[in-house]
Design a protein around this ligand. Structure first.
Ligand SMILES: O=C(O)CCC(=O)C(=O)O
Ligand SMILES: [Fe+2]
Length: 217
């Protein structure tokens, strides 16, 4: 049976989502968005347990910064250990993660025509004393990275004195501003990969997260 445009539109069952709308508005205005409680504490607990299990099994690798960079130089730039997550064989914990991310991605594609076709995510552990110097996420010439997303999996009692804040540098006209963001559990930070330089300050206590990128093409 033929359908009118209105009927088709109704069939798509588009519901405005206030949280996603806030994220979009933030990104349009400031190029970043901070969402507390994107994951609730039960979800964070499951994801953290899974991360620690993999970490204890020794599955993580020292993060690299490019192919031909020496280990010593790399360590002076970033000290985290990472494990890439393959969505195709996501376990229970990771399915929770991807369900939420995919829902956001669908929304962005429907409302902003962002054309996000691929994503990549890794777990990250910053052991005591490590950091990630100021950088842009497109440093490896990956122009397809549109939005960076970091989700923190630290314990409930994470304190600002633990260090490890994410500093995002914004430019209002010529004046640079440093936005300090503490890695509280369940918090998600989303920012424009090609626009905002940022760094992870040295940590005093191991710092746990999932970092990823939403990509075009
Ligand atoms: O963990 C964070 O807060 C940011 C990590 C980061 O900048 C990166 O992995 O590129
Ligand atoms: Fe980064």
């Amino acid at each position: 049976m033929l359908q009118t445009g209105t009927e088709l539109f109704e069939q798509m069952e588009f519901k405005e989502n206030p949280l996603y709308e806030q994220i979009i508005q933030d990104i349009l205005e400031k190029k970043y968005s901070i969402v507390d409680g994107f994951f609730d504490s039960a979800e964070v607990d499951i994801l953290r347990a899974h991360l620690l299990e993999k970490y204890e099994e020794d599955n993580f690798k020292k993060a690299a910064i490019g192919n031909k960079t020496s280990e010593v130089i790399a360590r002076s730039i970033r000290g985290d250990f990472i494990l890439w997550i393959n969505e195709a064989d996501a376990g229970t914990a990771e399915k929770i993660y991807f369900n939420k991310i995919n829902s956001l991605v669908d929304y962005l594609n429907r409302t902003c025509f962002m054309g996000i076709l691929t994503k990549e995510f890794h777990y990250a552990v910053y052991p005591e004393g490590t950091f990630y110097k100021r950088h842009l996420d497109t440093f490896q010439n990956d122009g397809r990275r549109k939005l960076s997303m970091v989700c923190y999996l630290n314990n409930e009692d994470w304190k600002p004195e633990n260090g490890g804040e994410l500093s995002i540098y914004t430019n209002e006209g010529a004046r640079e501003e440093e936005i300090k963001i503490y890695p509280f559990p369940g918090r998600v930070v989303i920012f424009e990969s090609q626009e905002l330089e940022h760094e992870v300050k040295p940590v005093k206590v191991p710092r746990l997260s999932i970092t990823g990128w939403l990509k075009t093409r």
